[in-house]
Every structure is written in C-alpha cells, then in structure tokens.
Design a binder for this molecule. Structure first.
Ligand code: SF4
Length: 147
C-alpha cells in the first residue's frame, strides 16, 4: 500500500506543540469513534481543559482522524492539513483510522491512515472510550508534545 506523502516524510523529526488545539475529521468508518470524541469534547469544554477541539483547521496544531480514509474524503483531509498553520501533527484514533479496521481497502476506501502516514498519536479501539482518548492525548502532550 502506498504511503501518504501529505503528512511528515520518513526521517523528518515530528514537531512538538505547546498548546493542543485539535481539529477532528471523520474520514470514513461508522461514526462510533466520532461520537466518543464528541463526548470528550463536551467534557473538556465543561471542565475548561487546556486541550481544546477547534472548529477550523486554521486554529489547529493537531489533525485527528477517525475512520478509514475514503477516496471521497482524501481531498478534504489534504485541504485541512494544508490549512493548518505552523507546526502540526497527526493523530489517528480507533481501529479504522489506525489500520483500516472493519473497513479495509476497496475501490472507495483507501484504508487506515495510520499504516500510510506517520502519526504522533495512534490509539486503537473500536471505539476507544473518551477517557482512553484523553489519556493518549495527555500522554503525548507530557512526553513528546512539550518543548
Ligand atoms: S474503529 Fe469501530 S467504532 Fe471506530 S469508526 Fe471504526 S468501526 Fe466505528
């Protein structure tokens, strides 16, 4: 399977971020992971947490994908990535985004972005629970995301 060169090429150091502003795209799948993320987003908002979900890639440092990447959504993901200013990282959440999961490659589905591109956060699960997603983000932020 060809690699996506849209994201960071092999050998390039992945950037580190101070703030974690996340733009989420459901790029395929069943939307189960997206619902878990919506729950997490509401909880973070209510708790005034420093990790935020933002509504435009222009404010984001992390692009978080759930679901297998469909052919139709590939240009949308590329546009979002190109619209992100400054240092940017990729996260793949859920089995479908990590390796294709239930939705393998076919004429309409490219498969999991996690096996085609370098990601800073890769969290399997079908779907991972909100607390697991938050733990993975905090773990990345505290170990790799700080300057
Ligand atoms: S990993 Fe499971 S819950 Fe998430 S999009 Fe795929 S099938 Fe749905």
């Amino acid at each position: 399977m060809a690699r996506l060169h849209l994201f960071w090429p092999e050998g390039t150091p992945l950037p580190r971020l101070e703030a974690l502003d996340i733009f989420h795209i459901e790029s395929g799948g069943c939307t189960g992971c997206a619902l878990e993320l919506a729950s997490l987003s509401r909880a973070l908002l209510a708790g005034n947490h420093p990790i935020r979900f933002v509504s435009t890639p222009r404010q984001a440092g992390m692009l978080l994908l759930t679901g297998s990447l469909t052919v139709g959504m590939a240009p949308v993901v590329e546009l979002a990535w190109q619209a992100m200013p400054g240092p940017r990282v990729l996260a793949v959440v859920g089995d479908c985004a990590v390796d294709g999961g239930l939705f393998g490659g076919n004429y309409a589905v490219l498969g999991g972005v996690g096996v085609r591109a370098r990601s800073s956060v890769s969290l399997p699960g079908c779907p991972p629970a909100p607390d697991e997603i938050l733990a993975a983000l905090v773990r990345w932020q505290t170990t790799e995301g700080e300057r």
